[in-house]
Design a protein around this ligand. Structure first.
Ligand code: ZN
Length: 191
């Protein structure tokens, strides 16, 4: 896991976007980290720092396209694409009958391209699993998955997941949670 620039974490804490405690996510995993899903990317300066950190991690992977399945991932995807050299293109999913699909007129940015999938958070991993299938079906080569925090498995659909905050705050299956072992009760999180 890449080490996170301590300034980024300090900013996030200062803005109240992350908190420390003992939390149970709907995936069944526990963590010491609570991320404010709705506000995490509301500050463009800290969003740009996080985008830069992810771009740096994938800098030598020759990415053509950053693809994101959610509106929350869109702001982050722009920054990641911007900080690559050469800059990548960005593809947003279009919701169709509740499924994240890719509009036909941007399929050329996926087909035969090296694609990084980005979302602000990965909680259960299900959205990314489905989106990965979509991208691969359209002929894209998925190089990896990048996110600010991954509360799911370390690999999704056979790809490594890079979660920026995971080097400091991992997500544990409840049965192996070291915070539970300290004797505190986890606060349930509605996502
Ligand atoms: Zn726990």
């Amino acid at each position: 896991m890449p080490q996170l620039d301590p300034k980024i974490l300090a900013d996030l804490k200062h803005e109240g976007l992350v908190q420390e405690g003992h939390y149970a996510y709907r995936s069944g995993r526990h963590s010491r980290l609570l991320v404010d899903r709705d506000r995490l990317l509301t500050d463009p300066v800290s969003a740009s720092h996080m985008g830069y950190a992810l771009a740096k991690r994938f800098f030598t992977d020759h990415l053509d396209t950053i693809a994101t399945p959610s509106i929350w991932g869109a702001g982050l995807a722009q920054w990641v694409a911007y900080f690559l050299d050469p800059k990548a293109k960005v593809v947003y999913a279009t919701p169709k009958n509740g499924v994240a699909t890719v509009a036909e007129n941007v399929v050329d940015l996926i087909k035969d391209r090296r694609v990084l999938l980005v979302d602000n958070l990965i909680i259960s991993g299900e959205t990314m699993r489905v989106f990965d299938e979509t991208i691969e079906r359209l002929g894209g080569t998925v190089i990896g998955l990048g996110t600010l925090w991954n509360g799911s498995d370390r690999q999704i659909a056979g790809h490594d997941v890079i979660g920026l905050l995971n080097s400091l705050y991992d997500a544990y299956p409840a049965a192996d949670c070291p915070v539970c072992a300290e004797g505190t009760t986890a606060t349930p999180i509605p996502y």
